[in-house]
Design a protein around this ligand. Structure first.
Ligand code: GN1
Ligand code: MG
Length: 359
């Protein structure tokens, strides 16, 4: 590990290296400063089986962070080092380091005295909404062609369903029998869930630069509980805004957790749904009528998409997501499907909230 850290042009001498238990894809570490008060760092081993074009990935992050810094600076915001992720280059000026085993590493300056939440209050959800709305506004003028799709078709539901059907056909782990009922539930909704792709083809739904992983814990708050920085920029790419709206709701407006073993814990938290919607719509003033009409649908879509992705991985024999138990992906699928059902039951209310908040 030391040898890896040594490749990067850190300002300080570094101390202890601690693994962090966050995320389902990459491996993350905190690299402490050797001296009190010095800069610490956030080191990641990038999962290059998933992010196949690491060079493109890192360039995207460079473009996005530079763009955000520029935007904030010109609007007079200070303390930029706390508000935008800052990559640390390698000593030979590269955006990542490939080690002798072929693993890819990158480093950021660690943003200290911040925290993230897995569950939040309506007050924080309101602020998070404002912040994500603002984030999308700031990214709006990056030319789409400047960014690659770090994972092609990442939030394309038609593509995700094709992959899923392939997993069902192959039944590689022999788990299909147990999961067949859920496969049937997924198929029942498939056509409806591909609506955004159809609207896009008809030229009615635009693509905008999105975060594509707006999980509640990808937002850092400062000591005063003000949102300070949005992290995990691996999947910033063109997509539908309803996808970012939906992923926040999937993770924050859920009374249970993403992989809750007790399905009775799971349901839509309407207070969070409302607060986030209010905050988001205050700043996301660029939305068209069709986007507004489909925001609440976005919440259902992302729970559905995640059910499809977790179940697909379960059928494939757990080749994509990190798991903590043999049935983890099954548990996640059950939990996401339950959330979807609750969103379906509450859909009328969700639509009404969006429509009231957009007046
Ligand atoms: C993965 O690793 P993490 O937690 O940032 C996944 C997201 C899923 C999420 C589900 C590249 O994100 O798309 O929504 O798990 N990231 C990738 O919790 O697939
Ligand atoms: Mg992520």
């Amino acid at each position: 590990m030391r040898k890896i850290v040594d490749q990067f042009a850190t300002k300080n001498e570094v101390g202890e290296i601690r693994p962090l238990k966050i995320g389902h894809i990459n491996d993350s570490f905190i690299v402490e400063s050797k001296n009190d008060g010095g800069e610490s760092y956030f080191l990641q081993k990038i999962n290059h089986h998933i992010f196949k074009n690491v060079d493109g990935l890192q360039k995207n992050i460079q473009i996005v962070t530079n763009h955000l810094r520029h935007k904030l600076a010109t609007s007079g915001v200070t303390n930029l080092e706390k508000k935008v992720l800052q990559l640390v280059k390698t000593k030979d000026e590269k955006l990542f380091y490939k080690d002798i085993d072929g693993a890819y590493w990158r480093m950021y300056v660690n943003i200290e005295n911040t925290h993230s939440y897995d569950t939040i209050t309506p007050e924080l959800a309101y602020k998070a909404g404002e912040s994500f709305g603002n984030f999308q506004c700031m990214l709006a003028d990056i030319p789409h062609d400047d960014l690659i799709e770090t994972i092609p078709n990442f939030h394309n539901m038609e593509f995700r369903l094709e992959q899923f059907r392939e997993a069902v056909r192959a039944n590689a782990a022999g788990r299909l029998e147990k999961a067949q009922w859920m496969v049937d539930e997924i198929e029942k909704r498939a056509d409806d869930m591909c609506r955004p792709e159809r609207l896009f083809r008809e030229g009615r739904l635009p693509k905008r630069i999105n975060h594509c992983d707006t999980k509640v814990n990808n937002m850092l708050f400062d000591e005063n509980d003000e949102p300070i920085c949005i992290v995990d920029l691996d999947t910033v790419m063109p997509g539908f805004v309803l996808s970012d709206f939906g992923d926040f709701m999937r993770t924050a407006a859920n009374t249970g957790t993403e992989d809750d073993i007790n399905l009775d814990n799971i349901g839509v938290n309407m207070d969070i749904f409302e607060a986030y919607t209010r905050g988001y719509l205050k700043n996301a003033t660029f939305l068209s009528q069709i986007e507004l009409e489909n925001l609440a649908f976005g919440a259902k879509l992302l729970s559905y998409m995640q059910t499809v992705r977790f179940l697909g991985d379960y059928l494939n024999g757990d080749t994509y997501y990190k798991i903590e138990s043999p049935d983890h992906n099954w548990q996640r699928s059950l939990a996401q499907y339950r959330l979807l059902q609750s969103q379906e039951e509450n859909f009328g209310k969700m639509q009404q909230i969006v429509s009231e908040c957009s007046k």
